[in-house]
Design a protein around this ligand. Sequence first.
Ligand SMILES: [Fe+2]
Length: 245
Amino acid sequence: MRKRKEIIAINSITDMHCHILPGMDDGAKDVETSVKMAQMALAEGISRIIATPHFEPDIKNIEDFVAKREEAILHLTSELKARGIDIEILTGAEVYLTPSLLELARLERLCLGNSRYMLVEIPFMSVPIWMDELLYSLQLKGVTPVLAHPERNIKLITKPQILDNFVDRGLMLQINASSFYDGIARDIRGFMKYVMKNQMVHFLATDAHSTGSRPPKIQDSIRVIADAYGRDIVEYMLENAREIR
Ligand SMILES: [Fe+2]
């Protein structure tokens, strides 16, 4: 007889990649959407969200970005408090990796919470030739880069071995919760197996943008990962996110 799948529900989750702030990017379009996303997240066992609006160094001004983000967080947290929704929102960003990033002052403003971890993204179609050098330069500045959803990069999907060197040299990886159960998972199955089996994934997060097509859901992925790779790896990834302060 087939063994019944272990049902696990983990609480006190930190979602370290979420576009919950209203009006900042292609995430929550208004504060009502943000509040609904927070309610959904809470129902998923998420108690802390690191808000990670997109920041593109070549297009956006960091001072304006930080000021706008502060305003959005204040607005959202007061709204959550007024409605009795007990969820903590921290500052963060999803930084588009480009050489001009190095010219910016006080990079810690773009890091997750008060940590020195920076969530970075690269183009979907390629792995830039300067990536290696740029990541190293960030590390010299005391920043630990965390690559957002490598499973969405065409080049990495076809050749996950490219990541070996990067990870060996301190790059951390964040996988989207939906990539473990969505329809797209079929195309990226080999990639996911490679990075999971080789224990190269450090973070699991929702990368939520709305309540609809990209919602803040994580429990389904927790079940899938625990079933396929063991509960320890789930706890490891969630604990890493909890450690971000
Ligand atoms: Fe994102």
